[in-house]
Design a protein. Structure first.
Length: 336
């Protein structure tokens, strides 16, 4: 397949590029580098199966030749990044998703949206199944990201139902691994870097909030399985308005085109992950509490029943092994 990845120079986009190229596909990575880095894809430059275009996905998109898939990963993803770039985040989720879908439609290509567990907001249900509609504060600081992704999901389903585009939506839960920016502000990178530098580990609030962490190799394997799975509906079925306009909400999630959670269901408190990282790095750092950011979700854990049933996917990398691999990476890139 010839695949365009928006956000291809980011943490996940670069790992996806590696996996797809390894499977023999051709990848065009499009990225404006606002949070991504050229070094994430430096090893792919010169590979005939890879090309890079520095471009803003919100602008008119033109790609020469055939395209088989568009994977829309462009968006600031770390809370620190999207709180610093609220309007760029809303634009890439809204205008960027529209442009990427328009390109997929024009090329007759499959489309995969990188959505997020943040569509569940501060969930009132734990673990979160895909049928849960979420609890998002639209006007809170985090709303710029959560609502952009919720809009992107709505836009994706509209292109699917009205134009028959073969779309996929992955709801990605917290993922960690090599190529995260050491200062991108996410909890695992922050704690490993702080531990390696002998600085205090900054636990926000009392650290009783929970997250479930997936190693990047597991995540991209699940996403590629979702991309490559065959559509279970013909174009006529996808665009059958009498059917989808009268369908009951709880009957909607039965198709490969409906959202799929990908993440690791092992749930830990933030203080718990800090303690694991201290132990695995052998660091003498202390844990210090800092103010809890507004609207910080109290719990988060994926229900991965759909991914298991639809794709035969489940995570394989134990947290401790993943943290060791990520620590090796940060040891190399962080100046002590
Ligand atoms: P990242 O910041 O490393 O990568 C995002 C990439 O998108 C960057 O390279 C950035 O330069 C690029 N980008 C942003 N706006 C753009 C624009 N307008 N035009 C072109 N490129 C643009 O983040 P990531 O962790 O790799 O996340 C990738 C995707 O996965 C995002 O859509 C994010 O919302 C989603 N996601 C990630 C996680 C996670 O834990 N990493 C969890 C849930 C969802
Ligand atoms: N967090 C923390 N210390 C940090 C960074 C984050 O305690 O230095 C907390 C944050 O408040 C949240 C959790 O860790 O409860 C995960 O934060 P992250 O930014 O990684 O992602 P989120 O799941 O909030 O999008």
């Amino acid at each position: 397949m010839r695949i365009l990845i928006t956000g291809g120079a980011g943490f996940l986009g670069s790992h996806l590029s590696d996996l797809l190229i390894g499977q023999g596909h051709e990848v065009i990575a499009l990225d404006n580098l606002i949070t991504g880095r050229a070094e994430n894809i430096a090893h792919l430059i010169g590979n005939p199966k890879f090309s890079f275009v520095k471009y803003n996905v919100c602008d008119y998109l033109h790609v020469d030749g055939q395209l088989d898939a568009v994977m829309h990963f462009a968006s600031p993803a770390s809370p620190q990044d999207y709180l610093e770039m609220p309007i760029a985040t809303l634009k890439v989720g809204a205008l960027g998703t529209h442009k990427a879908l328009g390109l997929a439609k024009a090329k007759g290509a499959r489309f995969l949206l990188a959505s997020t567990s943040e569509v569940y907001g501060d969930p009132l249900l734990n673990p979160q199944p895909e049928t849960y509609w979420g609890n998002v504060n639209p006007i809170g600081a985090r709303g710029v990201y959560d609502e952009a992704k919720r809009f992107a999901e709505a836009m994706t389903m509209a292109y699917h139902r009205y134009h028959g585009v073969d779309t996929r939506i992955v709801r990605i839960f917290n993922t960690y691994g090599p190529r995260m920016r050491p200062k991108d502000g996410r909890v695992v990178s922050n704690f490993i870097v702080q531990a390696l530098q002998g600085k205090p580990l900054t636990v926000f609030g009392d650290g009783s909030q929970t997250r479930s962490f997936c190693y990047v190799d597991d995540l991209v394997r699940g996403i590629v399985a979702l991309l490559l799975a065959k559509s279970d509906k013909s174009v006529a079925e996808r665009t059958d308005r009498t059917k989808f306009l009268t369908q009951k909400p709880d009957a909607i999630l039965d198709s490969i085109h409906d959202p799929v959670n990908i993440g690791n269901p092992r749930e830990l408190t933030v203080r718990g992950i800090a303690e694991i990282i201290l132990k695995l790095t052998g660091s003498k750092s202390v844990i210090e509490e800092r103010p809890l950011p507004a609207d910080d979700p109290k719990v988060r854990r994926p229900d991965i029943t759909r991914a298991k049933t639809l794709l035969g996917w489940e995570p394989k990398v134990e947290l401790e092994d993943g943290i060791r691999k990520a620590t090796e990476y940060f040891r190399q890139v962080v100046v002590k």
